[in-house]
Design a protein around this ligand. Structure first.
Ligand SMILES: [Zn+2]
Length: 255
């Protein structure tokens, strides 16, 4: 169940879990408004938008409050639920002619019955990159992080840009250096609010570190043996950092 404030969970003895089918009956909810999310743990999952936040035993948690509370697969379902319900809630009218939209019966699409404009859930790709120089890697502290930790560089893809162009531009803008030898690492949906993080590694080529102080408060080269506080597990930033540390450790063990 999804409210604009977050995911509505049932809380029993301080432990929050997904509501059950009987909760839906108790709350007299309209199941026709549910969005199918896919299967998780062999159970079909749906997102059901709520206009009114239900009282106890239900609690409403924003996505950041859910991070770390569930395993990776369950968190992914929660993120998908919030994204889909949020998309439906913000696309109730056609952006071109203001007619109320209708759900397409065949695909995940909201369509205008008057002018046929089709609206799909928005996904915003962003690159995330671990830049290496010898055994060192570049980590930066964002001026926007609520807690001070160092992470890989990241930035949103602009309209008309390739992932490679975004990567070169972001690295140049954020820390003022040039890189090459881009290698794809992996990707991760990041539902804050609807990103897809596309991970790369790259090699340092030239330039002095000049953090753009608006977004990056501090940037430094680090060795795996002297890491600062890094992002939590489950994030692709951490996976990039862990993979680099393992590779450097493996290389020195083999040398
Ligand atoms: Zn329209």
């Amino acid at each position: 169940m999804v409210h604009t404030k977050g995911l509505v969970l049932r809380e029993v003895d301080g432990v929050a879990d997904f509501p059950s089918e009987s909760d839906l009956t108790t709350l007299e909810l309209d199941l026709a408004s549910a969005h199918y999310l896919g299967r998780h743990d062999e159970v079909d999952c749906f997102a059901l938008p709520l206009d009114v936040e239900p009282a106890q035993p239900f609690v409403t948690l924003g996505l950041r409050g859910l991070f770390g509370r569930f395993d990776e697969a369950t968190f992914a379902v929660a993120g998908r639920a919030l994204q889909i319900a949020g998309w439906a809630e913000t696309h109730r009218f056609c952006g071109r002619c203001a007619t109320p939209t209708e759900r397409d019966p065949k695909e995940r699409c909201l369509r205008c019955p008057r002018c046929a404009l089709a609206m799909y859930p928005r996904v915003s790709p962003a690159i995330i990159v671990l830049v290496r120089r010898g055994d060192e890697a570049l980590l930066a502290r964002s001026s926007r992080f609520p807690v001070p930790f160092f992470s890989t560089l990241a930035g949103f893809v602009e309209a008309g840009e390739s992932l490679e162009e975004t990567l070169h531009r972001e690295v140049r803008e954020e820390v003022g250096i040039e890189v090459d030898r881009l290698r794809y690492f992996g990707s991760q949906p990041w539902p804050f609010p609807h990103s897809l993080m596309v991970g790369f590694t790259a090699q340092y080529v030239s330039g002095e570190l000049r953090p753009d102080l608006a977004e990056i408060a501090e940037a430094q080269w680090f060795l795996p043996s002297a890491l600062p506080t890094v992002p939590p597990r489950l994030s692709i930033a951490r996976a990039l950092i862990d993979a680099w540390c393992a590779e450097v450790a493996g290389a020195s063990a083999g040398a």
